[in-house]
Design a binder for this molecule. Structure first.
Ligand code: T3D
Length: 264
């Protein structure tokens, strides 16, 4: 039997998903897309899980679309319908990550190129090994940033840097990615996965429903004016204020004990 394209390991309330095509730098095939989406769906549906970590096997995180995958070839042998590939695979993947009921941490262990870079940047918190790098490889092959890149990049680093990264396709070292605010933090290569799991465990002990709502509120507010964002905050707080975790957090504060959050 062939190796799975995505490995899933559960450590307490944390699921670690590892892209597992190291010989091709974990680039996306149709098969890997299907397995990754199924793995994220399974994590979302598992009430015992409270955080997810995604990483890559071997020396790369993910080199984007596998440019040799027959799944992207046109049936008639003509030019591939790249838009169909995006609709079939990358749009559902980016939306799935953004709608996860728990925090998703990218542990970028090596090069992250093309859609591999933007898949990582679409996660909630990005940790990277010092030896990792980020490449908006699309311009090198005549495409635009996808997997959410057009939306994410200017919001993360501003239009000037987003355009320069996307137009040049230059490799950005992890340290520089941290410096310009593209990612959260760089750690030494040897401790990346341990640091990512420690962070995931920390988030898993927090009120994860509120964390997922925080992601959604920040994203939704980015297209609202100030007044509408304030109204959005009131709506979300109204819901969360009725949830168990808020009562538990306040009770634990006054009882001077550690809270036990359970909502998802
Ligand atoms: O349908 C669509 O296309 C729509 C979707 C688009 C989304 C996208 O992601 S478009 C962007 C696609 N990705 C790329 O263009 C990146 C291509 N890869 C690279 O530029 C380089 O591999 C890297 C800069 C990422 C890493 O360079 P390096 O020197 O560390 O490694 P390498 O030697 O180039 O690659 C190692 C192996 O992985 C090599 O195979 P080999 O020679 O050992 O048998 C290489 O061919 C393979 N590999 C790397 N990237 C891909 C790949 N194989 C297939 N597809 C890849 N994207």
């Amino acid at each position: 039997m062939s190796e799975p394209n995505v490995l899933a390991e559960t450590r307490g309330a944390v699921r670690v998903l590892t892209l597992n095509r190291p010989a091709a730098l974990n680039s996306f095939t149709s098969a890997m897309h299907a397995e990754l989406l199924a793995a994220l769906d399974a994590a979302a549906a598992d009430a015992a899980l409270r955080a997810v970590v995604v990483t890559g096997a071997g020396r790369g995180f993910c080199a984007g679309q596998d440019l040799t995958d027959p799944g992207m070839a046109a049936a008639d042998g003509g030019a591939p319908d790249v838009g169909a590939v995006i609709e079939r695979h990358y749009r559902p993947l980016a939306l799935r990550v953004r709608a996860m009921p728990v925090p998703v941490i990218a542990a970028v262990n090596g090069v992250a190129a093309g859609a591999g870079a933007n898949f990582a940047l679409g996660c909630d918190i990005v940790l990277a090994a010092r030896g990792a790098s980020f490449i908006q490889a699309f311009s090198r092959i005549g495409l635009v940033p996808d997997c959410g890149g057009t939306w994410l990049l200017p919001r993360l680093v501003g239009r000037a840097r987003a355009l320069a990264l996307a137009m040049t396709g230059d490799k950005l070292a992890a340290d520089e990615a941290e410096r310009i605010g593209l990612i959260w933090r760089v750690v030494d290569d040897a401790v990346l996965i341990d640091e990512a799991i420690a962070l995931a465990e920390r988030l898993a002990a927090m009120p994860v429903r509120a964390l997922a709502e925080t992601r959604r509120a920040l994203d939704d507010a980015s297209t609202l004016d100030y007044g509408d964002a304030l109204a959005l905050e009131a709506r979300v707080q109204r819901e969360l204020g009725r949830a168990n975790d808020f009562a538990e957090g306040v009770a634990a504060f006054f009882a001077k004990r550690a809270p036990r959050f359970r909502d998802r």
